[in-house]
Design a protein around this ligand. Structure first.
Ligand code: 5GP
Ligand code: ZN
Length: 142
């Protein structure tokens, strides 16, 4: 994709601090990290949505992401890490080349995900689950 910033990074047209590369994925430091060491793992093939990434590549992204999470803990003394993927603008995706964030975390790092917890009314969860499962079955044939 000629106008994609992450495709340009993979091609070496824009500099990046590369941590890992193989035939399927590329991993580099996020330019504006939540915590220092924050990594992005991306498919070499351009995909706007994670949903179209082939299974082998998606699996590799997860494997490399967790290996880098462990390396971040050991190398930089972090306690844990978050994996995060925003799929779509409303979910917070800004760069439209799918990417997996690996965010190293410390117990006292003063960063909180803005996570809320709603409550289902009686019967609402069952109705909702049925609707989703019907569409999930359809998506298997796509
Ligand atoms: P999103 O909000 O789309 O999930 O995340 C995009 C991420 O890409 C952001 O965390 C942002 O800091 C990072 N980013 C955007 N442009 C560049 C760039 O040119 N180089 C690097 N290394 N990271 C970038
Ligand atoms: Zn791209």
């Amino acid at each position: 994709m000629s106008n994609c910033i992450f495709c340009k990074i993979i091609a070496g047209e824009i500099p990046s601090m590369k941590l890992y590369e193989d035939e399927l994925v590329y991993a580099f430091l996020d330019i504006a990290p939540i915590n220092f060491g924050h990594v992005l793992v991306i498919p070499k093939e351009h995909h706007e949505s994670a949903s179209t990434i082939p299974e082998a590549t998606a699996g590799r992204m997860m494997k490399i992401g967790t290996r880098l999470g462990i390396a971040l803990k050991r190398a930089l003394d972090y306690d844990a890490y978050n994996l995060h993927l925003a799929d779509g603008k409303a979910a917070g995706q800004v760069v439209m080349h799918a990417h997996l964030h690996v965010v190293p975390r410390g117990v006292d790092d003063d960063f909180r995900w803005n996570w809320r917890q709603k409550q289902y009314a009686d019967g609402q969860a069952a109705d909702l689950a049925e609707k989703v499962m019907n569409k999930f079955k359809v998506s298997e044939q796509e």
